[in-house]
Design a binder for this molecule. Structure first.
Ligand code: SAM
Ligand code: SF4
Length: 332
């Protein structure tokens, strides 16, 4: 097997791989895709379990230590447990986590944990059924909540919760969501809405900024910033809540970009390597893999992608162009 780390042109070693295992989804979150959905990727372009595990194995040989499964909605992949088991069997064994909307998680949390999944991030934007329906266009709040609790019971801890606030939709719920997380011992992180929706309707003036998120939380909670070392390469700025030990995170990708510490690489469900969420180009591993490329050749493609990584996402530049792939086809 190949060796040598994945290093970008600034010398940063990349250790975190996000694998999107499907672009299909059970919800239609307004900030991600339209109510009618988006055209799904053709089935024959989607990587098989063996292909996912092979490419992940190459990445692990290049120093990847953490693998996060995402989508689309990863729980919609029928052989998800096999994917997790295949990844868990890699040497050296990576830490495997998953970002999910939680719908269906109550049924599979235990099997996923048994297969080697260690943690989950569940996306939950509201605690109100009517707002969930309005925001995600599906009446599934109960499933998401059941999925969250079941993952804690299955030992997929710490359970992290991701929330995107939308102005006039759920932004007033920020303190309630934090209250829910504190009550159950979950770790909540708010994410600024990014220009990655399939509809291209993101509007900077409508985005709830990190500062505004903190303002809304401070109405009910005392927040103390933790030093940057507590954050490492993680994107969330952390705050102690009411003196701690509980914390809340704010991921201000737009207003306070953290590109300088990013150590992530993404593999899409159709086998493309992306060196940034906002990359407008990608590296096709699927074609090479299916044409019989060796592990060394695949490793070179991974390395070349990371080597070509740009210094920042450019959202705040006047010539910023939203990538053609929406979030649901990239993986968060
Ligand atoms: N379906 C799963 C879920 O919702 O958790 C996994 C995929 S989703 C694309 C991953 C994360 O991206 C979720 O936490 C979601 O809230 C976040 N997300 C999606 N669109 C976003 C956007 N435009 N801006 C910020 N975060 C976004
Ligand atoms: Fe689906 Fe996740 Fe996108 Fe919501 S954010 S539509 S759950 S992929």
């Amino acid at each position: 097997m190949t060796s040598g780390p994945l290093v970008d042109r600034f010398g940063r070693v990349h250790r975190d791989l996000r694998i999107s295992v499907t672009d299909r989804c059970s919800l239609r979150c307004t900030y991600c895709m339209p109510e009618q959905g988006v055209p799904w990727l053709p089935r024959d372009t989607m990587l098989t379990t063996e292909e996912v595990v092979r490419l992940a194995g190459v990445a692990v040989s290049l120093g990847i230590e953490e693998i996060r499964l995402t989508g689309g909605e990863p729980l919609l992949r029928r052989d998800l447990v096999d994917v997790v088991a295949g990844l868990a069997a890699l040497e050296p064994s990576p830490e495997i986590s998953m970002t999910t909307n939680g719908v269906g998680l109550a049924k599979t949390a235990r099997a996923l944990a048994d297969a080697g999944l260690t943690r989950v991030n569940v996306s939950i934007d509201t605690l109100r059924r009517d707002i969930f329906l309005d925001l995600a266009k599906r009446d599934r709040l109960k499933d998401t909540l059941e999925g969250i609790h079941a993952s804690a019971e299955a030992g997929l801890v710490p359970v992290k919760l991701n929330t995107v606030l939308m102005r006039g939709v759920n932004d007033h719920e920020a303190p309630d969501l934090l209250g829910f997380a504190l009550e159950h011992g979950y770790q909540l992180r708010f994410i600024e809405q990014m220009p990655l929706d399939a509809q291209h309707q993101w509007d900077r003036t409508q985005m709830i900024t990190g500062e505004e998120i903190l303002e809304r939380l401070r109405v009910r909670y005392d927040l103390t910033p933790l030093p940057d070392e507590a954050r490492g390469s993680a994107p969330a700025e952390l705050f102690l809540v009411d003196g701690g030990p509980a914390t809340v995170g704010v991921i201000a990708s737009v207003t306070m970009p953290f590109c300088g510490t990013c150590d992530r690489v993404r593999l899409t469900a159709d086998g493309m390597v992306r060196n940034c969420l906002f990359a407008t180009g990608e590296t096709d591993l699927r074609t090479s893999l299916r044409a019989g490329a060796s592990d060394e050749e695949l490793a070179d493609l991974f390395r070349a992608s990371i080597g070509a990584k740009l210094p920042g996402h450019g959202i705040n530049e006047p010539d910023f162009l939203q990538p053609p792939r929406p979030m649901s086809r990239i993986g968060g």
